[in-house]
Design a protein around this ligand. Structure first.
Ligand code: ZN
Length: 375
């Protein structure tokens, strides 16, 4: 059996539903110790994190990822037991096979092979692993980064193993992500009888022109790496259910996915200006989910493009599409950050699986990146 598949099975068989690690990191430590890594386990509240490093010199190449998985849902809906890795027609089945225990296995095998071939490589290799990527992400990567920053320990290049590929392994590399900002807006009126509107104040009527303006505003043009910033209203709620009552409040929830052409503070300011212009009486609560980041060009992107082409024979494509990832916590330190992992077609679904040949290919690509950057 391929070594990558063997390691992936070992990880999938551990029931590490967020924030449980279920021994995955101990297994990874044992594996990496053989290649001369030293380890620091950082436990924050319910979350287990691992910072492992081989070497003390810069530059630092870091593999980042998570051992936790999302719940399986009803296990009898699965064709094979979600926490028993099973081979079927060239695919490895099990929760986490694609997101992202398969990537962890490919990283581990690539690392061992690389250290065996280039024991005197330059710089350092590191692992930043958390058991809280799929959950509230409060005690995971962000706190490890805080710890590293406090002692001025820097990552030069970071490869996050999130499943970035869409059709074949390596076809897409994420070299950035949009920012995300959520607003919870409450527009205040005065409840009353619909037949006596002069005795009430209708918050829906007050809100409508302001929401129309917000939804039609052009926030920016985007740039070569990001589409224009998008504003979407996700929830509106007002009314008692009765047809003859003017509601007292109107609640609106909206979200920005924003490019690097604007900042969260600029967006907040512009929203407030529009709300004030319409004379609304309101409260607003902001939830900031992450800054946009971009690793435009540079040695990490270049090494990755070359390694993919060498291993697969096709060109990869850079993309900033999709949701947020832990890359948003690492990029602000100045590190170059990319995401490269297997095909994401089945992630978080019933019968999650990954093509076994893809995991071997992924290990070859990771190995190629290490060779380009550290020799
Ligand atoms: Zn993931």
């Amino acid at each position: 059996m391929s070594q990558v598949i063997d390691v992936a099975k070992n990880l999938i068989n551990r029931r590490s539903v967020t924030p449980e690690d279920a021994g995955c990191q101990e297994y990874m430590k044992d594996w990496l110790s053989e290649s001369g890594f030293s380890h620091e386990t950082m436990v924050f509240e319910d979350t287990t994190n691992l910072w492992s490093r081989r070497g003390t010199q810069a530059p630092v190449f870091c593999f980042a990822g998570h051992t936790d998985v999302v719940p399986s849902g009803p296990e009898d809906a699965w064709q094979t037991p979600p926490f028993e890795a099973t081979e079927k027609a060239g695919y490895l089945h099990g929760r986490g096979a694609a997101d992202m225990k398969g990537s962890l296995a490919a990283m581990m095998v690539a690392t061992r092979r690389f250290v065996a071939d280039y024991s005197t490589h330059k710089g350092s290799i590191a692992y930043l692993i958390t058991s809280d990527e799929e959950g509230p992400f409060i005690n995971g990567t962000t706190r490890v980064i805080d710890t590293l920053e406090a002692r001025n320990e820097k990552i030069t290049w970071c490869l996050v193993g999130e499943p970035s590929s869409t059709k074949q392994v390596g076809d897409i590399v994420k070299n950035g992500r949009r920012g995300s900002l959520t607003g919870d807006l409450t527009i205040k009126g005065v409840q009353g009888h619909v037949a006596y509107p002069h005795l009430a104040k209708n918050p829906v009527h007050d809100a409508a022109p302001a929401l129309a303006e917000l939804s039609q505003t052009h926030w920016d043009n985007g740039n070569a790496s990001f589409p224009p910033t998008s504003f979407q209203i996700s929830n509106i709620h007002a009314g008692t259910g009765a047809g003859n009552v003017i509601p007292g409040t109107c609640q609106v929830c909206f979200n920005f996915r924003f490019s690097t052409e604007v900042t969260d503070n600029q967006l907040i300011e512009r929203v407030i200006t529009i709300l004030d212009k319409h004379g609304l009486d309101y409260d607003i609560k902001w939830t900031f989910n992450g800054q946009p980041f971009l690793t435009d060009k540079g040695d990490l992107v270049e090494a990755t493009q070359h390694a993919i082409c060498e291993a697969t024979g096709y060109e990869t494509q850079l993309s900033t599409a999709g949701g947020t990832s832990d890359g948003r916590f690492i990029a602000p330190t100045g590190a170059q950050v990319i995401e490269l992992g297997p095909v994401n077609a089945t992630i978080h679904k019933v019968d999650e699986c990954v093509k076994m040949a893809d995991l071997d290919m992924l290990a070859n690509i990771y190995y190629g990146i290490l060779v380009r950057l550290l020799t």
